[in-house]
Design a protein. Structure first.
Lengths: 166, 166
DNA sequence: ACGTTTTACTTGCATGTTGAAGTTTTTCGG
DNA sequence: CCGAAAAACTTCAACATGCAAGTAAAACGT
């Protein structure tokens, strides 16, 4: 029972228009990340999540970031991040170092080899993003998309995440 | 290195506008499914994927579908679906039956109890969809969103799974 | 100053997912 | 028709993830 049918109930069902929108959106929501994941896995041997982590580091001052900031940036739990960093560390692309300013914190640092890895993989990734997201849209649609996404992000803010959250 | 910097390369980098759009979009792509997943897990004890499977069945004639069609509808691999159906079968919400018309195929059938489960969970799910997607948008934006999503789906079509390198 | 909370991770376990076989049934080319 | 290829699953082993605990260091309240 996808939202949008079944009368006789009090909840605000989706009307036919909203329903169509929702069906189209959920496809995007599930397909685009899967597509990018597949592309990265194939061309660079890493997951989208791992790419986001390294990409964030590559843009940070000193290519360094606190793990909790990294987790937020990559939209994942700290637990997930911790294990992702462990994997990247084994591959020699990231290393850990205790934060001198806060004994609780750990810093993740992108190594030179890690930087090369991201830099090497980025072009193909960008191309995939273009191909699957930007190219099919008009300039006006790209503008709309940005506004829509920002609006949604404003409400879907950092609420969820049961554990790792306190 | 998120798309949008580093000159001196031949690939078409994202310009600052595109970059902002992409950053906003990827947040949506990662957060919205996670949010809905959490909501369903919490309120109904099932994953988004399982919900999509049961929802698809609930709308099908005889509440019955071939597993491969189900997999396509829920945007997952057959392997994933097979195991999801196994779980739902254990809970008594779905049962399997060989397709009389094709000895290779298996049909998935939503039981009465399964139907009650979906019907019971749907209102809260719809409410979550509204809250996180539709409510923050104007009517015009909802219209745009639909067009955008349809456009993207048209290209990101079923190429998925497996390389297309040569 | 000191006990309590909060923050920042790490780790172990149960579970879910992927990818590569393996099985059975259909379909297709000749 | 017949043998080869494809389609529709199922299963198994690696691997990734979420959740619940556990540890350690700062912050906080009195």
């Amino acid at each position: 029972m996808l939202p949008g049918m079944e009368p006789g109930a009090q909840p605000r069902w989706l009307d036919p228009d909203e329903r169509e929108t929702w069906l189209a959106l959920i496809k995007v929501l599930l397909r685009v990340p899967a597509t990018l994941d597949a592309q990265l896995q194939r061309d660079a041997g890493i997951s989208l999540f791992e790419y986001l982590v390294m990409a964030a580091l590559s843009e940070a001052p000193e290519r360094t970031m606190r793990l909790s900031d990294l987790a937020a940036r990559a939209e994942g739990t700290l637990s997930r991040l911790s294990q992702a960093v462990a994997r990247l560390e084994k591959r020699g692309w990231v290393r850990r170092r205790p934060d001198p300013n806060d004994g609780r914190a750990t810093l993740g640092i992108l190594t030179d080899e890690g930087y090369r890895q991201v830099a090497g993989g980025a072009p193909a990734h960008v191309e995939a993003v273009r191909q699957h997201v930007f190219d099919p849209l008009t300039k006006a649609q790209q503008r709309h998309l940005r506004e829509i996404a920002e609006r949604i992000n404003a409400t879907t803010g950092p609420d969820r995440r049961k554990a790792d959250r306190f």
